[in-house]
Design a protein. Structure first.
Length: 135
């Protein structure tokens, strides 16, 4: 048996393939999904998403969002997602610094902008951690 995994962000479809299993970072901890998993709807957290495909692991960094498991289909609706091989550490570090600087003036910012910047910092931190672990 296998699973169909689809990862979509507001910008594009990041990943779609038939896989053996997936481990997802959720707000309540990591969740492993195998074929035959019970239906599930949960909130995705920033972190490492691990896919097992043809016996080989693939890793993506994901931001917040939602995960739905229905039958043999796993749908991930993420704020952001990137393959670990595409992470540019220098660019991520600079983006994180800019977001942290903007957050230092939190009182002057709109609450939705604060939420966006905090999400960017969490996703950036997740990318850096994942990239450094994979070296």
């Amino acid at each position: 048996m296998s699973l169909n995994l689809e990862i979509v962000t507001p910008e594009k479809r990041v990943y779609t393939d038939t896989i053996e299993s997936v481990v997802l970072p959720t707000v309540e901890g990591e969740v492993g999904i195998l074929p035959g998993h019970l239906p599930l709807l949960t909130q995705l957290d920033a972190g490492e998403l691990r896919v097992m495909k043809r016996g080989k692991p693939e890793v993506l960094a994901v931001g917040g969002g939602f995960v739905e498991v229905a039958g043999d289909k796993v749908s991930v609706l993420a704020e952001s997602a990137i393959d670990v091989e595409e992470i540019d550490e220098t660019a991520v570090e600079k983006a994180m610094e800019r977001a942290q600087q903007a957050l230092s003036t939190k009182a002057a910012l709109d609450p939705s902008e604060v939420e966006r910047l905090e999400s960017l910092v969490r996703f950036s931190a997740a990318q850096l951690l994942i990239k450094k672990r994979r070296k």
